[in-house]
Design a protein around this ligand. Structure first.
Ligand code: SAH
Length: 259
């Protein structure tokens, strides 16, 4: 398999990037590592000559970039979503280091699943609501005094690790590879159903929230961390499409009872 095929299901997503130079430099970082699928969520200054200039021979990646209005559109069809973050958040999320992230991404690519990796704004990173759409967070270890990398440098580190992991995997025997479904001991590629996509999960969370409001379990005026915790739980499980359909059918039955 050549690199183009290997990473065709991997999408780098840059969210509300301010500086077009960072878009170009990220495209270059990607292409250097054999990746070409770039999605831009609501870029502040794009298209721009500065992006093409910084991309140098990766201007094709910039020109082919998909531009979308919000993060949901960027990740809708993805079965695995990973968010990069320089900071610890209040509610801890399943966390990977760049190497473990890379191994996971390579294993998912092998299983034919679509993966998105999200990168945040230069000024304030990813919003909590964006991080809560992710199955995993990844943090690049840094010196204590300064944890925030330049955006394109962060893209470089993550893409470098993915390329290294894929080169390493090509040298390994299939038997030594493992990518198990959480808590099951079953290899993800042997699971009997397609996994839920990010869009399936958003529909489920909306339906769940509405139903919990309907039965007065959840007060949207005083949400506390209820939805955050449910998001973390359900993303940790990585439900398949059948499981999501069962839950939504159950919620619909509750909705009907309450009408
Ligand atoms: N000031 C922001 C950092 C923005 S840096 C904050 O405190 O959150 C821009 C983006 O680069 C981040 O959103 C993240 O996607 C990536 N990034 C920067 N440093 C990183 C690190 N140490 N680990 C993982 N991603 C990082």
């Amino acid at each position: 398999m050549n690199e183009q095929n290997l990473f065709s299901r991997l999408r780098i997503v840059l969210i509300e990037t301010s500086h077009p130079g960072n878009i170009g430099a990220s495209a270059r970082a990607m292409k250097n590592m054999g990746m070409t699928s770039l999605t831009l969520v609501n870029p502040i200054d794009f298209p721009s000559e500065k992006a093409n200039f910084r991309a140098v021979s990766a201007a094709d990646v910039v020109e082919k970039a998909r531009v979308v209005a919000d993060v949901d559109a960027a990740i809708a069809d993805c079965e695995l979503v990973i968010g990069t973050s320089a900071r610890d958040r209040r509610i801890p999320w399943p966390l990977l280091d760049p190497r473990a992230c890379a191994e996971k991404v390579v294993a998912e690519q092998r299983s034919g699943r679509k993966v998105a990796i999200l990168f945040g704004r230069e000024s304030r990173g990813l919003k909590n609501e964006e991080l809560q759409k992710c199955h995993y967070h990844v943090n690049i270890p840094t010196g204590e005094g300064y944890s925030s990398l330049n955006l394109a440098m962060a893209v470089q580190v993550i893409c470098y690790e993915i390329l290294q992991a894929s080169l390493q995997e090509q040298a390994e025997t299939p038997a030594s590879r493992s990518n198990q479904m959480p808590g099951t001991g079953i290899e993800a590629e042997n699971w009997d159903m397609a996994l839920a996509t990010a869009q399936d999960m958003e529909h489920l969370f909306t339906h769940l929230e509405q139903t919990m409001i309907q039965v007065n379990f959840h007060d949207p005026e005083n949400p506390r961390q209820l939805m955050t915790r449910l998001r973390r739980m359900l993303n940790r499980i990585r439900p398949d499409q059948m499981e999501v359909n069962i839950l939504r059918g159950f919620l619909t039955a509750i909705n009907k009872r309450c009408n």
